[in-house]
Ligand binder design. Structure first.
Ligand code: PLP
Length: 466
């Protein structure tokens, strides 16, 4: 009747093993509703365990409604119609298929960071400080826009590094660009008509975006403002300092055009996503568009995803002063989505200068990897054009090939290599002459880059110059 065994040396206590065994027997219909279970004494003898162990297991099964006890008669299987796992849905899901769980041997993802360079010791120190009784007040809900301590540090950082003057009242902290952009759109109202860079990054699912947004082309100077001017969009989401994914920098002329476009009407706004602007390898840092804005038209958005770690889930936006009141009215019910403890760890890390130090260190590390990639392509693969190489942790490689981007991506995947084609980032179907891929190097070890790039080129049959 009970076809399972108990393991006395196991880390799971005996009563729990017994409880799991009986529960599974009931769920799998090997014990039908109304069936009588052995008495505590019988079961204890059967498994050579104590009656107390059986008592504990039965008590748990009763508490969860699997069995009932009829005094002086015995224990019986209960009706469990409502149990959600009767059908054993989990068994039907092929967990291997979910792409995030696939481990690739070579990962050219542009979203990953260098794991070995993270300052764990310093981070752990602040985490330990904060997770202690002097900070017990952090157990309560915090400020809606995010902790003031962190907003002060962000305001200082933006002033020193991005040429943005703002006060902490203008800053709203949230758990990622994906979470904050929909908030901004809500703030801009129901009749917001959003224009997007094409190709571009989308924190909104693509199927929604194609109905919601107007795609605007991107060229070597960034978003084509002349195209935007011909639409009836009243908001535009752009990545001016380092266009994602092409890496273009919005030219000075286009910046002026864009700010003029926005100034023409009180309901026009520019959402500036400054992602990936921290790591610049060529020329001086590009000042944020927000720093040039005289008319309160730019909502600045940034994240700690690349500069610290993607799993932190901390991003923020800076509202123009004119939108603060509207924000407070719209979101007066809202609690910050980032845990307070995390916010204070980050605030202390920034306050003591570790963030600036970390950025400087990472810039050097990424620069070496970046230079290595460029060197490999220029030395060995003359038919490959490299672009988007001024900043960030990925470059774009383009080359003629008889196979499509999708076919090449499939070949890479079959060889356990993760790499994404440019076509992934277009909202509309595009035809361009060369196969183009984003080659991320942030996550790769410097000494392995060469061998990994050669492997990719070999499986794609791209000739190599020795
Ligand atoms: C342009 C851009 N912004 C933001 C992000 C990341 O946002 P999050 O803050 O949600 O991690 C990405 C990630 O690829 C991106 O490409």
């Amino acid at each position: 009747m009970l076809f399972f065994q108990l393991q006395k040396e196991h880390t799971i206590p005996l009563y729990e093993q017994l409880y799991i065994g009986i529960k599974n027997t009931i769920i799998n219909n090997q014990l039908v509703v109304g069936a009588r279970l052995p008495s505590k004494r019988e079961l204890a003898e059967f498994f050579s365990i104590s009656q107390t162990t059986v008592e504990l297991a039965y008590a748990q099964l009763m508490a969860e409604g699997y069995i009932i006890s009829r005094p002086r008669i015995g224990y019986f299987v209960e009706e469990i119609d409502a149990l959600p796992f009767r059908e054993n849905v989990a068994a039907k899901i092929d967990f291997q298929q979910t792409s995030q769980q696939i481990e690739y041997e070579i990962d050219f993802s542009s979203a990953k960071i260098d794991e070995d360079a993270f300052p764990f010791t310093v981070w752990r120190k602040y985490a330990k400080d904060v997770l202690d009784t002097p900070f017990k007040h952090l157990l309560q809900t915090g400020e809606r826009q995010g902790e003031l301590a962190l907003r002060i540090e962000i305001a200082n950082y933006l002033h020193q590094s991005r040429g943005i003057k703002c006060n902490p009242e203008q800053i709203v902290i949230g758990s990622g660009t994906e979470q904050l952009l929909p908030m901004i759109l809500k703030l801009l109202g129901n009749d917001v008509l959003l224009a997007f860079e094409n190709p571009g990054y989308s924190p909104i699912p693509r199927h929604q975006l194609s109905q919601l947004a107007i795609p605007i082309a991107v060229d070597a100077d960034g978003i084509v403002v002349e195209q935007l001017q011909k639409t009836n969009a009243n908001a535009v989401y752009i990545t001016p300092s380092h266009q994602f994914p092409t890496g273009a920098v919005l030219s000075a002329n286009r910046r002026t055009q864009l700010l003029k476009w926005a100034a023409k009407s009180a309901d026009r706004f520019i959402i500036e996503d400054d992602y990936d602007s921290e790591f610049r390898y060529i020329g001086k840092p590009i000042p944020a568009l927000r720093g040039l804005d005289q008319n309160d038209r730019v909502i600045y958005l940034s994240t700690f995803t690349k500069s610290l770690m993607p799993s932190l889930r901390v991003a923020y936006f800076v509202l123009p002063p004119t939108l603060i009141k509207r924000y407070q009215e719209h979101f007066n019910y809202y609690s910050s989505t980032v845990p307070r403890f995390e916010q204070h760890i980050l605030a202390k890390f920034m306050k003591d200068g570790h963030f600036a130090k970390h950025l400087n260190r990472m810039r050097k590390i990424y620069r070496k990897k970046h230079d290595k990639c460029i060197e490999i392509f220029s030395n060995h693969y003359p038919e490959i054009t490299v672009s988007g190489d001024a900043a960030g942790t990925n470059i774009l490689i383009a080359f003629p090939h008889e196979k499509s981007e999708q076919e090449l991506q499939k070949i890479a995947r079959q060889n356990s290599i993760y790499i994404l084609p440019l076509s992934n980032y277009f909202l509309t179907e595009q035809h361009y002459p060369k196969r183009t891929f984003l080659l991320g190097f942030g996550h790769l070890l410097l000494h392995e880059i060469e061998q990994k790039i050669h492997k990719l080129m070999t499986i794609w049959d791209i000739p190599k110059n020795e």
